[in-house]
Design a protein around this ligand. Structure first.
Ligand code: 2DT
Length: 208
């Protein structure tokens, strides 16, 4: 049995990072070998360029930064695939859906945004953490980084909806991330436990 590829997507302030680590703990205690990935992975050479852009320490053309985000996934794609084949479940904090949603929200054509990510390992389950702009505001608002602006986040939310609608049911689930940490964690676990340890065969490819 191969590992299950789980992607957590969502808006800023949706509690994604906390839930990813809770999910890791729960998977480990159920005896599932698990590894976390996070995109952008700011530790690689490409990741450092992305980090500098996000912190507004450098300027880049919208297309150039889009392609760097994609390249950052491709440089880790082989590791992801190998781990899955070896039976390790992967939980990934953001993936190509963030790539498309954020760049398209800035005004780039959706299909142009999607094409360089086509062929990446496809998740078996994507959980979208949905949060309203009002709840995000109540949680203390957005931070300092480049994309943490309410108008942009609203457009991103709409685009995640478009991307999710293309999936067959069960492969993309939306979780109301505006609830308590415990309620969200229970909901995530309910979805994850339906698929984990139950997928086999080759890893699918995204958007092809
Ligand atoms: P974090 O706050 O989660 O580190 O995200 N982003 C992310 C993109 O624009 N394209 C991508 O491909 C990815 C993975 C979302 C940093 C910001 O980077 C955005 C928020």
């Amino acid at each position: 049995m191969r590992g299950t590829f789980i992607v957590i997507e969502g808006l800023d302030r949706s509690g994604k990072t906390t839930q990813v680590s809770t999910l890791q703990t729960w998977l480990e205690s159920s005896g599932t070998p698990v590894k976390l990935f996070k995109f952008p992975d700011r530790t690689t050479a490409i990741g450092q360029m992305i980090d500098s852009y996000l912190r507004s320490q450098s300027e880049l053309d919208d297309r150039a930064i889009h392609l760097l985000f994609t390249a950052n996934r491709w440089e880790l794609a082989t590791s992801i695939e190998r781990l899955l084949e070896q039976g390790t479940t992967i939980v990934c904090d953001r993936y190509a859906f963030s790539g498309v949603a954020f760049s398209a929200a800035k005004g780039l054509p959706l299909e142009w945004c999607r094409s360089p990510d086509a062929g990446l390992p496809a998740p078996d389950l994507t959980i979208f953490f949905d949060i309203s702009p009002e709840t995000a505001r109540e949680r203390g608002g957005y931070g300092e980084e480049r994309y943490e602006k309410e108008e942009l986040q609203k457009r991103v939310r709409g685009l995640f909806g478009v991307l999710g609608a293309e999936f067959e049911s069960g492969k993309w689930v939306t979780v109301d991330a505006g609830r308590s940490r415990e309620e969200v964690a229970e909901d995530v676990w309910r979805h994850v436990s339906k698929v984990v340890g139950k997928v086999d065969g080759p890893v699918a490819r995204l958007w092809i």
